[in-house]
Design a protein around this ligand. Structure first.
Ligand code: NDP
Length: 325
């Protein structure tokens, strides 16, 4: 099979297409033929070594395709099932071994690409808005990178829960996209400090929650945007890692809460994975959650996909086309 292999960490050029032996599933595992693999920011952290991985490795954490073979004891899926997954290592490949308990069925009527595009970022937006800080009507949230892959989905899910959404983005074009997703207010955070505008838009109070995936460049402003006893949900670091913090800061700025969650801990139990994936894929199917596929790029050009993601010009989801359905 063909797969992208990273032999040494570095720039996008380290993503090279190679021939690898077809993997064989063990007990409790399934082998899937990957049709589409999702490109996520975490893949960049793995490629650069910011999140270290044993070398060599096949990158990618998300995709959808068809079950080919199952190992002993597998009850969740059968050969021929259309399935999707998130947080499974090695998805930039034509074939992938997945623990069967991490596969979910793609609902009839939903295109495989749509499922691949919605799983990781959709379930992330879902746990942020409904579990980490369960938004309620009347509350206001601040969503950074609101026109990004997670951002566009989080804006929609926050609106569905009745919250008011203030988004931040880097360009006017992205501002239009965030507004089209439902953001009530959109700020351009590169131009001037966003926290004073957040205060102004909330009558001086601040927001109940900030969903911050940008990290280094936004962290201080996020703290300054929170209402008393508000929560900073730091879930990514697209601009770089946040410096170590004295917990006393949380007291001084208003008895704040800080959490650094990861999707893996919100889908670790099979029933929670099924619930989250079911809600996300169901909403995509019935049209109440729109997934924007920014581009579909051949597997062999994974380096180009990473360049585009890091260029900040993408709004929505990047997919790698792996094998035809
Ligand atoms: P995005 O599509 O959101 O792309 C990243 C965006 O971040 C860019 O489009 C850009 O938007 C913004 N950004 C701000 N500063 C920078 C910078 N210096 N370099 C690059 N981008 C920058 O990516 P994803 O939706 O895939 O992921 C968003 C974030 O969420 C990532 O940090 C990722 O690691 C995190 N994440 C965390 C998960 C978790 O469970 N903890 C799960 C999934 C994702 P703009 O131009 O508008 O500033």
């Amino acid at each position: 099979m063909k797969a992208i292999l990273v032999r040494a960490t570095g720039g996008p050029e380290v993503l090279r297409l190679e021939d690898l032996p077809d993997p064989v599933p063990g007990p409790g595992e399934a082998r899937v033929r990957v049709e589409a693999a999702g490109v996520n920011y975490i893949d960049v952290y793995h490629r650069t070594g910011q999140y270290p991985q044993p070398l060599p490795f096949v990158p990618g954490r998300e995709g959808a395709g068809t079950v080919e073979v199952v190992g002993d004891g597998v009850t969740q899926v059968r050969p021929g099932d259309r399935v999707a997954w998130a947080f499974v290592a090695g998805s930039y490949a034509e074939k992938l071994i997945v623990p069967a308990a991490m596969l979910v069925r793609v609902p009839d009527g939903l295109a495989t690409e749509q499922a691949a595009a919605a799983m990781l970022q959709g379930m992330t937006a879902h746990y942020l808005a409904s579990s980490t800080f369960p938004l309620e009507p009347g509350q206001t949230c601040l969503v950074h990178a609101a026109a990004g892959g997670v951002g566009l989905l989080l804006v929609q899910l926050a609106k569905k829960r009745g919250a008011r959404v203030i988004g931040t983005v880097s360009t006017e074009e992205k501002a239009s996209r965030a507004r089209a997703a439902g953001a009530d207010e959109v700020l351009l955070y590169g131009r001037e400090a966003f926290a004073p505008h957040v205060r102004r838009l909330t009558g001086g109070r601040g927001v109940e929650v900030v969903y911050d995936s940008v990290g280094r460049d936004t962290f201080e402003g996020s703290l300054d945007s929170l209402a008393r006893r508000g929560m900073l949900v730091l879930f990514g670091q697209s601009s770089g890692a946040v410096a170590p913090l004295d917990p006393q800061v949380l007291n001084q700025r208003g008895s704040l809460f800080l959490t650094r969650p990861t999707l893996g801990h919100y889908i670790a139990q099979r029933d929670e994975l099924e619930w989250r994936a079911g809600e996300v894929l169901g909403a995509v199917l019935d049209g109440t959650l729109r997934v924007t596929i920014a581009a579909e790029i051949p597997l062999a050009d994974a380096d180009e996909a990473h360049r585009r993601l890091e260029s900040r010009t993408i709004s929505g989801k990047l997919l790698l086309k792996v094998s035809p359905g």
